[in-house]
Each structure stands twice: as C-alpha cells, then as structure tokens.
Design a protein around this ligand. Structure first.
Ligand code: GLY
Length: 311
C-alpha cells in the first residue's frame, strides 16, 4: 500500500527572524526547499534520499547556520557537524567538527555503510580524502564580519545560541524529517555549531539527542546543543512514541520538561501515520512542512513555549 509522503524541515529556532533576512525571505527560502524535497518523495524517492537532499539544500542556503554560512568558532575556524538516521534500518551515522567541505551530510551518508559510523576531526577529514570530496570554504562575508566584530570587543558577548538569530545572524541549525511512500521515516540534522565555542566542543546535531528516527517516528532538534543533550530530546520523543505515546503527547511531555528545565531549543517531528508535530521553548521556530496537499510553516506561530501540529 502506498503511503502519503510527509515532510518537515527547520532552519533553526531563536528569538526573531530579523538577522535571517526577515519573514518573507525566510518563508520563501524554506517553502522552496520543502517543495523541492517533496517533489522527490512524490516521485517515489526514499525518506533517506529526501532528508539527504533537504540537508544539502539547507546547507547550501547561506542564511542558515550549516554548510555554507556556518558560524565561526572561538579560534575563527569553521567546524561543522551532521548526522543521518535511517529509521527503517535504525542506523545512525554522523560527522563531528569537519571543515572545508560543502555538504557535511554527504559524509554522514557515506558512513551509513560503514562499521564505524560516527567520525570526528581527523577521521572526518580522512573521510573527505577517501570520498574525494572537493575542498570547499563554507565561510561567508557576513559570518566573517560577525566574528571580526566579536574580536574587536574581545569576544565579550555571550556565546551565540545555535538557535536562530537575534541581532547577529549567526545562529541556527538545519534539519529534515521525512516519511516516504513505503512508510519509512528518516531524519537528518546539520550545524555549524554555536558560534564562538571552544575548540573541540561537540554539538548535539551528530548525536541521537539531536537527531533520531525509528520505523515509528523521527525528530530533528535545534537550539543550544548542551540543552538538547541534557534533555536527550530527539531520542526521548521517539522512545515515548515507541512506548505508546502519540507523537503529539510525546512532544508535549518532552517540551514541558524542557520548559521546566529552562532550556532553549526546538524540535520538528513526524510519525509513520503521517502526523507532523513541532515544539519549542524558544520564541521562534523556523520550520516548514508539506502535508501532501500544501506547504505550511511555523514562522508566525506563538511566542510562548509549546507544541503545534499540522492538523
Ligand atoms: N544545536 C546545535 C549546536 O548546539 O551546536
């Protein structure tokens, strides 16, 4: 039996849309990417192929903090992290703190077939060579200017959140969760990190805390990595579904807990029944979805922490 494909993507979460070019520009960008990914699903493409395509398109969009447009770390270097989880195979692969590559998700993709499926630093750089991926500088003028400003102030401002942007446009993470015609779920997440972080800091985006899927549901998170790790958010939501919660109830309970714990985060999710759900404790969640009929988004959704769904 053919299942109606479903899709949800995000470009971060945070306090406003200003630094990303404003509501109209972000909406246009997210809606176009959703439609491009959905076309693949509608043609029978797999959930795994859809989330890889989506992650690449979002990594290539400089307004989001992943791939090209990634933020700089405390030493002025870009180090990116990405992961892929094939829910049907229950297989997770990821890359941590890799530089000089256009699409970190491609390394996660290649690692799906390996025994060693999460690589960091030197191992990740070695995979670039093995895969013969061309060297790419993900730095944009805007990110460099932001870092220079911080440098002038001796890095006096607090660390940038991974969450969308406030006055500085350097925050964000990207993620994609898809359900394909065969009823398979997959999730992918990619990030440039938090911005100004210590060398060697590890993001949630290449951990099951930030990106997780089974044959029942998938979740991709955004926000402050440490908050997401401490909530173990993506895996927690999916495991609650495994234990019998509806996706909506699983997200509600998890966001309630994160709110009590004063976390700064957001998450997108869908399940094998085609339910599309999102949640956040931050003010804004930059998500868009395709329900099989139309594209929608969360850009003007409530400021308060909570959970929403595509009814
Ligand atoms: N959520 C991405 C990060 O903290 O790096």
């Amino acid at each position: 039996m053919t299942v109606q494909p479903k899709l949800i993507i995000h470009g971060g979460a945070g306090s406003s849309l200003k630094g990303k070019g404003g509501l109209i520009a972000v909406r246009e960008s997210l809606h176009k990417i959703v439609q491009d990914i959905y076309n693949l699903l509608a043609q029978g493409g797999s959930a795994v192929d859809a989330v890889i395509l989506g992650a690449k398109l979002l990594e290539d969009e400089p307004r989001f903090n992943a791939g090209t447009g990634s933020v700089l770390q405390s030493d002025g270097q870009i180090r990116m992290s990405a992961s892929l989880m094939d829910g049907a195979a229950q297989r997770f692969s990821g890359v941590i703190n890799v530089g000089r590559v256009k699409n970190p998700i491609e390394i996660a993709q290649a690692l799906q077939a390996e025994d060693d499926r999460v690589l960091s630093d030197v191992g990740a750089a070695e995979m670039l060579r093995v895969l013969q991926l061309p060297i790419h500088d993900p730095l944009t003028d805007l990110r460099l200017q932001e870092w220079m400003e911080e440098r002038k102030g001796n890095f006096s401002s607090s660390m940038a959140g991974v969450v969308a942007e406030d006055e500085m446009a350097r925050r964000g993470t990207i993620g994609v969760v898809a359900l394909d015609q065969a009823g398979r779920v997959a999730a992918a997440t990619s990030t440039g990190g938090k911005g100004l972080e210590r060398i060697g800091r590890v993001s949630d985006s290449a951990m099951p805390a930030g990106n997780y899927a089974t044959n029942l549901a998938g979740v991709s998170c955004t926000g402050i990595g440490e908050d997401i790790i401490e909530e173990c958010l993506a895996a927690k939501v999916v495991i609650r579904v495994t234990d019998g919660f509806s996706l909506q109830a699983a997200m509600e309970k998890s966001i309630e807990e994160a709110t009590i714990n004063r976390r700064d985060l957001g998450a997108i999710a869908l399940d094998a029944q085609g339910n599309i759900v999102w949640g956040k404790t931050s003010e804004v969640l930059l998500a868009a979805y395709h329900d099989g009929t139309a594209v929608g988004d969360t850009l003007e959704w409530q400021i308060e922490p909570g959970v929403g769904s595509q009814a």
